[in-house]
Design a protein around this ligand. Sequence first.
Ligand SMILES: Cc1ncc(COP(=O)(O)O)c(C=O)c1O
Length: 517
Amino acid sequence: MSLPGSTIAAPVTGSRPTSPRAHLFTAGTAEDYRRAVTQGIERVAARVTGVDRPGTGITPDELAPRVAGIDLDRPLGDTTAALDELHDVYLRDAVYFHHPRYLAHLNCPVVIPALLGEAVLSAVNSSLDTWDQSAGGTLIERRLVDWTAERIGFGPAAADGVFTSGGTQSNLQALLLAREEAYARIVGGGTDRPSRPEVLSRLRIITSTAGHFSVQKAAKLLGLGADAVLTVATDAGRRMRTDELAETLDRCRREGHTVMAVVATAGTTDFGTIDPLERIAEICTAVGVWLHVDAAYGCGLLVSPTRRHLLTGIERADSVTVDYHKSFFQPVSSSALIVRDRRVLRHATWHADYLNPARMAERRIPNQVDKSLQTTRRFDALKLWLTLRIMGADAVGALFDEVIDLAAAAWRLLADDPRFEVVTRSQLSTVVFRYLPPGVSRDVVDDANLYAREALAASGAALVAGTKVDGAHHLKLTLLNPETTLDDIAHVLDLIAEHAGWYARTRATAELSSPVG
Ligand SMILES: Cc1ncc(COP(=O)(O)O)c(C=O)c1O
């Protein structure tokens, strides 16, 4: 086979390529593309079939020398050899979210239609910034934004949005839009205009103590003061207290601060609880404050056949974060920011002569960069598109329902087990608990739970997360794999009790035998 513009033969897999051009994916190398990618897929499929633990418990100190020892200036020139090497530095010790005893963070196993999308989108490599780099990709993303807006309950004619890299970016963009709206309102058309720094120093954001830290990060990036984010307490169900929200709004008004946004969380990261959206929306409407709903986690309820009602009130938000890569079983990255009123997206617009001149917008050429914080941008929407076209929204929602049911069963299991104390029952799929044997000091309980988590991870038998509840160390299961069974969870709890119990007994013995005074 000869390559365009070259007389050099394309490489046969396994032999050293003779031309740099032979590595480009072009019409002439389609067969090499097919072979290389198939080899990679075979490796991953074999590894996923073979894993008997979610991780190997390898430490950075063990793995780092292997990665550091590779000479990046001496290519192997061969797909098979590179995949063998990759096995050593990555695939063998990777953390596998596919495994039923991966119970740690908000990572999901991914659906096959989305993986198909991933393969197509990276090979075609469309960039969704402008129509002239994407064509149909732009229209597909726009349809999915409209579809999501409709699921939220926004009027389709007015709503809009854009895909982003994740919940952090979606929240940042939402708060950027809210900041600019607040700024425009404050500065208005008056002649005695306060300076921009003065206005920014007066802006406040309110969220609950269980809100995601990306809100604080966004405030920092948006140039607000260090004290710009006010957190209000949660109730016994770990949901934002609306009486405190109202009081905080009132206090801000009295102190001359402008609340630029209230961020309600639909699916708190630790507790999987949903703030009272309807009541919060009423309060925000009454005082004319932007409501952002961070539904990064809870967005899966938009397609739940049985639990959509848990999001009632979301349709009254000004903006919503949805992370398809959390509860729609999509590969990272796949997220979107959806806004009720498309006009607010103008705050993310900048016209560049070389890319998206204003005349293009006048001619209604659909350039998504006009709404995005990014320029070059992946066609992540394709993954969701193929998911909806192959398996359908109800099937995605049914998978999410399964893990929510599992979390409820796990919560009951823990509530009935005297070895443990379990915290707030989740509306989604997390379970927060701790090992709590009687007669053990608070310090030992804290350390025993920390120890159990690390010992479990080191063995690779299971991965669970940790967090603090009211200052005390707890463990957390985030259930997003419908393949996980209650037996898996019971087994992991036994392992935790074994590790933590061993630690507590060893500490007690050491304290008894240590000299007093
Ligand atoms: C509620 C919530 N919002 C935002 C984020 C940030 O999302 P991402 O990790 O996709 O940036 C998370 C991540 O866990 C989250 O739980």
